[in-house]
Design a protein around this ligand. Structure first.
Ligand SMILES: NC(=O)c1ccc[n+]([C@@H]2O[C@H](COP(=O)([O-])OP(=O)(O)OC[C@H]3O[C@@H](n4cnc5c(N)ncnc54)[C@H](O)[C@@H]3O)[C@@H](O)[C@H]2O)c1
Length: 325
């Protein structure tokens, strides 16, 4: 008899770790998969996993989602009726350097999971991470899931859009429920070292200059991790699967913050003044993001609550504890 579990890929990653923790606390059984990619500190990924080890309902497999044979062997052991695919090669900037890794994980990896899941009897929901990056050159604000998204400006964004198109195809062909989540710059404790809050805090702690792109003229819809987790959970459990088997949702905070304000808040929380190096716009980056979350509010009851002041303070509290500052 196969054990029924939720499959969370990218379980050692920032969002995957928090989601797994949340699901375990709710009493679900979770199988976590991650290949512990060296894109950023593997020690940090292992430390996240250590936090999950105590749960008897959790099992972790170090595996690559694009390896069909390996993933199939998991299907032989477990019954996965719900999947949350958060494994990815993330990061806009690195996609200029190593675009092939994005196709391998974000496209082939997703396809492997879709192909396996479609043969699962009574399959319930395939949730996967997309990104606000899919809005590309769209300059109509806020970004709505109704907007056209055929102008990606990075390979990362293009692969996330491909995920949405593949999901649409599978829903159409096999009447298979899929839910794509467009996350807007997620931050918080146990965050990613390649993202602004962590990157800036590291540089400030080491008294090195922080690079501020587009001369600081950037705005982001920063979304706190706990808000994202409630959104993912609501998407996983959504009740409109029959009526709307294919769905996309924006999960943002819907309040745009100036990058310079974000830096100021970090300086206050850390108690260190940043040395700032102003730089031109980076290739592949967008100047501003802002989520229209009306549909997520209406259909998922998604209601982000954490102001950036509070969220950044929580991040810095964690950061100081983690690095024993
Ligand atoms: N954090 C954000 O602000 C943000 C914004 C938009 C979209 N997203 C998306 O959300 C998802 C989770 O992002 P995150 O911030 O937790 O990133 P993360 O890099 O911390 O987590 C992704 C995890 O996937 C793993 N992984 C990479 N390639 C793999 C492979 N081939 N097989 C198995 N595991 C693999 C990595 O080791 C990592 O632990 C990703 O799909 C990302 O693109 C994140």
């Amino acid at each position: 008899m196969k054990k029924t579990s939720i499959l969370v890929t990218g379980a050692a990653g920032f969002i995957g770790f928090h989601l797994t923790n949340f699901l375990l606390k709710k009493g679900f059984s979770v199988v976590g998969v991650d290949n512990l990619s060296p894109y950023y500190s593997v020690d940090l990924k292992r430390d996240r996993l250590k936090q999950l080890e105590g749960h008897s309902n959790f099992i972790f497999y170090e595996a690559d989602i694009s390896n069909k044979k390996m993933m199939k062997s998991l299907w032989n052991k477990y019954e996965f009726k719900k999947i949350v695919n958060l494994a990815a090669q993330a990061g806009v900037r690195y996609s200029l350097i190593n675009p092939f890794e994005y196709i391998k994980t974000n496209v082939t990896g997703l396809l492997v999971l879709l192909e396996l899941a479609r043969f699962q009897e009574n399959f319930e929901n395939f949730v996967y991470a997309s990104s606000s990056s899919v809005y590309g050159k769209n300059n109509k604000h806020p970004f709505s899931v109704e907007d056209r998204v055929d102008t990606p400006i990075s390979v990362y964004a293009a692969t996330k859009r491909m995920d949405e198109l593949l999901a649409h195809t599978y829903t159409h062909l096999y009447n298979f429920p899929t839910t794509g989540l467009r996350f807007f710059t997620v931050y918080g404790p146990w965050g990613r070292p390649d993202q602004a809050a962590f990157l800036f805090a590291d540089k400030m702690r080491k008294k090195e200059p922080i690079h501020i792109f587009n001369n600081g003229e950037m705005q982001r819809d920063f979304t706190y991790i706990d808000d994202i987790i409630t959104g993912i959970y609501a998407s996983l459990m959504r009740e409109n699967l029959k009526k709307n088997p294919y769905r996309l949702y924006n999960l943002g905070n819907s309040h745009t913050v100036e990058l310079m304000k974000y830096v100021e808040l970090l300086e206050d929380s850390l108690g260190i003044k940043a040395q700032k190096k102003f730089m031109p716009m980076q290739m592949g980056d967008v100047k501003a993001t802002c989520a229209d979350i009306a549909q997520s509010q209406k259909e998922l009851g998604y209601n982000p609550k954490t102001p950036v002041e509070e969220g950044l303070k929580n991040f810095i509290d964690w950061y100081k504890t983690y690095y024993k500052i």
